[in-house]
Design a protein around this ligand. Structure first.
Ligand code: CA
Length: 227
């Protein structure tokens, strides 16, 4: 399965179920834990990309869990609280969470927050320069060279190439890729990705003909092959 891995820690099955459905619809892979004391072993076993962490939990309280996780991991954490008044207090506690949502929430809103936090984290973590095979990409100067030849990419094409190159071999779904370029434009259709990919292939192909660097994975999306 493509998709970043979200760990939901929530003792109310109904809420967990709704979140799981919405996140899976957005192509995330989801794991669900019901108890606070399952989180630390869960992180080691699953290495999630983000944790949605309820506060009132059996086993261990979400605040404690967040503090414990921060001792060894920078995985993004979104805290889920039942009281809106709690949020100010939580921020004051500086437990190291990345964002807060309050119940009752709209699942759509939670998915949007998850995407926003992941986007922020990626930006922070991504290297300034990527070199895969004969392609070089510089995030600061926005320059891309294939072999020795510079190629001109649109902002969306640049973002797509950077996403694919950062994880060679990993399959990205169209909707995942769409999320990555959404900061630059809003025509939110999966087809948009297909046309960007087509242009990218064409531009790379002018320098490296017959090299199938961006592969289509039938029924899933695209991946970058380190040539
Ligand atoms: Ca709870």
């Amino acid at each position: 399965m493509a998709g970043e891995h979200i760990l939901i820690v929530e003792d109310e099955p109904k809420i967990a179920g709704i979140l799981k459905d919405y996140l899976e619809q957005s192509d995330f892979t989801v794991t669900h834990l019901k108890r606070g004391d399952q989180v630390l072993p869960g992180i080691n076993a699953q290495s999630p990309d983000l944790i949605l962490l309820d506060i009132m939990l059996p086993g261990a309280d979400g605040i404690e869990v967040c503090r414990e996780v921060r001792k060894f991991s920078t995985v993004p954490i979104i805290m889920v609280t039942a009281k809106v008044e709690e949020i100010d207090r939580l921020i004051g506690l500086e437990i190291g969470a990345d964002d807060y949502v309050c119940k009752p929430f709209s699942p759509r809103e939670v998915v949007a927050r998850v995407k926003a936090v992941l986007r922020r984290t990626r930006l922070k973590d991504s290297p300034d320069r990527l070199i895969v095979g004969s392609i070089r990409l510089d995030r600061n100067t926005r320059e891309v060279t294939v072999g020795e030849a510079p190629i001109n990419l649109t902002p969306s094409e640049f973002e797509l190439l950077m996403t694919l190159m950062a994880r060679p071999g990993r399959v990205f779904s169209r909707s995942e890729l769409l999320d990555r370029v959404q900061g630059y434009q809003f025509e939110g259709y999966d087809r948009t990705i297909d046309s960007h990919i087509k242009n990218l292939r064409k531009k790379i192909g002018e320098v490296l003909p017959k090299q199938d660097i961006i592969r289509t994975v039938y029924g899933v999306g695209y991946k970058f092959i380190a040539g």
